[in-house]
Design a protein. Structure first.
Length: 760
């Protein structure tokens, strides 16, 4: 590092070494832009901005200008080596006007109108700053309960959740996307049944939900007995339910829709480091960060794919270098707390009082592949315990070392660390396994502790080119062993997995297992291995095939309880689409006989696992409208619209229109009839585009449908591939921003085509 005046020159040139997809995501989401949306930073500029901003916190501890410059250079090297990355808000906002650097928050919701609507206001503030929010609604009295102040009756927690959901719909997170919420209700709340079923009608799109399960409840499940319901208004017993029936309902709903998850609330409070400050009631939107009300946490992840070394010709973990990165990462995250601009004063006070950080990992699957270890093996589980145990010990050691120089966290007295034999520690928590969907794209590694989601897949870009993306490690092995070929890579892309590809050697297939190749039990075993040595919790999704049964889901829940994890999130392929479109009688594909149609009896068929289509950009009076139209073997099945930068009513109305068109198409309505009704609709702001006048957004969608139908008829019509769902499950769903495939991982939803993540 060299200095010229006040300018520090950083040696590493990161811009030329990042992957193309990493550059794309950084340019779209992270780099500083001018008013026209053009990036005015390079990635290296962003890392300098973040490094210098976070290093400046050292000044509060007596470090001079030269020392701060040295720290800035160290933090720059830490990030640009891709050995460690902080959470997305830190990369986006450090050194900028917003300066809000935390991803996760929990807000209190007490049993009063002032508290409820105050929490709605605070949620809007946090979402606008780029964070996600978690709530427990367990303090709210049940529906139908008396409200003495008005002589009326309460509408209950689920009703008030709708208010939060609508507020989230109205506020775009950080000006770019809607925020994510976690809603939690205790299993002993009288309204627990309506909460468990609340997402059946497709509502609460902005919520993940989890049931806070108690040890008493789980013991009642095991014993086959009932358990008591408690009215939070006064703490009195309000009735009882059969524990197994409630448990089965949780399982059935999770099987049907992916929600609710479960959190073992007593376990979370057993590990609450500051019990005198209150009980943990909720987590952040992905389930991995238990927090007190008004608490936040700053997260960062070590890229384990960077720590494989060779000793005597055999791969091993580079423990010395891993120790060094952990210590530097703890220093970085502790500094974030001091320079963070918290969205609410109560949050800032508690964050600085407890100084919680969450150092986690990504690239775990990559490390296993590099060490020639199958993810679904005892060897992998044992190594997971060893690696996370090492990170936990080194992280706590680093925090204790910081405490010697900076002091313990202010709320140390009365904490679990305040014992006669215990030493001082800087941070109330040190480790968390968080989702790293977008960060792992930047770092070009696998996400969190998840297995690979696909060995190879097809990416469709905006100009409708179809590009085959291959895992670079698999491609390297295929070339070295002589079985690489473009046709083989395309075949693997169609399947996503190599499990049934005979052309791939068996030993390679064994190591390159994907999320849906792995039996669900291994997901839980891996989660439990990392949970043993994690202060907070572990974000992990247990992926099921579409054919999995509710009994399979229950077996995973039972095992999770047995192995000591703090929460479980499952996703059965295709379940969310079936939940929204197929509640009730399953509809038939194609149009029914006109004489047989009666009101309320037509149900849209479920969205297929795989679609083929095209995206067209059309200029409208409201801005550029991107219309994505997809088809399957039965014909057109869905339409997505994305409204450039304008958003607002135009965006929401186009989204509503596209949803109704999609439902109509899957109900068998003739696409020509839909086009006929859309074409010619006028609005006050028409636009001239290539080929003629576009009268409205609805007219634009009609034009895109006409073009698609013409493309099918006269161009190279898309080949409808009727494949089994096996191997294609990992590509389930569509990104709300680009229409690409999304992956369900770590309790979140991630698009690797554009970097969209439902969670911060």
């Amino acid at each position: 590092m060299a200095e010229t005046g006040n300018t520090t020159t950083y040696s590493r040139i990161i811009d030329e070494t990042l992957s193309p997809n990493s550059l794309k995501v950084l340019q779209r989401r992270y780099l500083l832009k001018d008013p026209d949306g053009t990036p005015v930073e390079k990635p290296s500029d962003m890392f300098v901005r973040v490094a210098e901003n976070i290093a400046a916190a050292d000044a509060a501890y007596g470090v001079d200008a030269a020392g701060i410059a040295e720290t800035a250079n160290d933090f720059y090297d830490l990030m640009t080596s891709l050995d460690f990355l902080p959470n997305s808000p830190t990369l986006m906002n450090a050194g900028r006007e917003l300066q809000q650097l935390s991803a996760c928050f929990v807000l209190p919701v007490a049993d009063s109108m002032d508290s409820i609507f105050g929490a709605v206001r605070d949620t809007a503030i946090i979402h606008k700053s780029g964070g996600g929010t978690g709530f427990s609604f367990s303090r709210l009295r049940p529906a139908g309960d008396q409200v003495r102040s008005t002589q009326g009756v309460s509408s209950g927690p689920v009703s008030f959740m709708r208010v939060f959901n609508q507020a989230t719909e109205a506020v775009k997170q950080g000006g770019t996307r809607r925020g994510a919420n976690m809603g939690v209700l205790r299993v002993d709340h009288p309204d627990i049944l309506s909460f468990i079923k609340c997402k059946l009608d497709g509502d609460f799109a902005n919520f993940n939900i989890s049931v806070a399960v108690t040890e008493r409840f789980m013991e009642a499940v095991k014993a086959g007995t009932s358990y008591e319901l408690i009215n939070p208004r006064g703490g009195e017993v309000a009735g009882e339910y059969d524990a197994r029936e409630v448990y089965e309902l949780i399982v059935d709903m999770a099987w049907a829709s992916g929600d609710p998850g479960i959190i073992f609330i007593d376990r979370m409070n057993r590990d609450n480091p500051t019990p005198r400050l209150g009980e943990i009631e909720s987590t952040n939107p992905c389930g991995e960060q238990p927090l007190l009300p008004y608490e936040a946490c700053n997260l960062g992840s070590v890229n384990l794919s960077r720590f494989v070394t060779y000793r005597d010709g055999k791969p091993d973990v580079d423990w010395d270098r891993l120790s060094d990165i952990v210590h530097r990462g703890v220093h970085f995250l502790d500094n974030v707390i001091d320079v963070n601009n918290y969205p609410l004063p109560q949050i800032g006070e508690l964050a600085r009082g407890n100084r919680k950080i969450g150092l986690g990992v990504m690239g775990w699957s990559d490390l296993l592949i590099m060490m020639d270890i199958a993810y679904d093996s005892d060897e992998a589980v044992a190594l997971g315990e060893k690696v996370m145990g090492f990170i936990e010990a080194e992280g706590h050691g680093a925090s204790a070392k910081l405490a010697e120089a900076r002091g313990a966290f202010p709320n140390f007295e009365g904490s679990i660390y305040d014992t006669p034999e215990g030493g001082s520690i800087r941070n109330a928590t040190v480790t968390t396994i968080a989702p790293t969907g977008t960060l792992s794209i930047i770092a070009n590694c696998s996400s969190g502790i998840e297995p690979l989601f696909a060995v190879s897949y097809v990416r469709t870009v905006m100009d409708n080119d179809r590009l085959v993306e291959v895992n670079p490690m698999f491609e390297d092995i295929a070339v070295k062993q002589g079985f690489y070929g473009r046709e083989l890579m395309a075949l693997i892309a169609e399947h996503g997995s190599v499990a049934d590809i005979d052309e791939v050697p068996e030993d390679v297939r064994r190591v390159f297992v994907t999320a849906h190749d792995i039996e669900p039990v291994w997901h839980i075993r891996m989660q439990a291995a990392f949970q043993k040595f994690t202060d907070n919790a572990v974000s992990k999704t247990v992926n099921f095939s579409h054919t999995a049964s509710p009994a399979d889901v229950r077996a995973v829940y039972d095992l999770a309880y047995e192995l000591g994890v703090k929460g479980v999130t499952i996703y059965r392929d295709g379940s969310k689409d079936n939940q929204v479109l197929s509640t009730g009688k399953t509809g038939k594909a194609g149009a029914p006989d006109e004489a047989e149609v009666r009101h309320g009896e037509i149900e849209p068929r479920p969205r297929p696992a795989v679609t083929i289509g095209r995206t067209e950009k059309i200029k409208t009076g409201c801005g550029n409208l991107y219309v994505t139209i997809n088809a399957d073997e039965h014909g057109l099945c869905e339409v997505f619209t994305q409204m450039g930068k304008s958003g607002g009513c135009a965006s929401s109305q186009s989204e509503a229109l596209s949803r109704m068109i999609s439902v109509s198409l899957r109900a068998g309505v003739d696409p020509d009839a839909i086009t006929k009704h859309l074409r010619g609709i006028r609005c006050p702001s028409p636009a001239w585009a290539q080929g003629g006048k576009v009268l409205s957004c609805a007219d634009a969608v009609g034009i895109a449908l006409e073009h698609f139908l013409e493309w099918q008829t006269t161009g190279e019509a898309p080949t409808m591939i009727a494949k089994s769902r096996d191997g294609l499950d990992n590509l389930e769903g569509a990104c709300p921003e680009c229409g690409g495939a999304v992956e369900h991982e770590s309790g979140c939803m991630v698009c690797r085509a554009c970097g969209y993540s439902k969670c911060a």
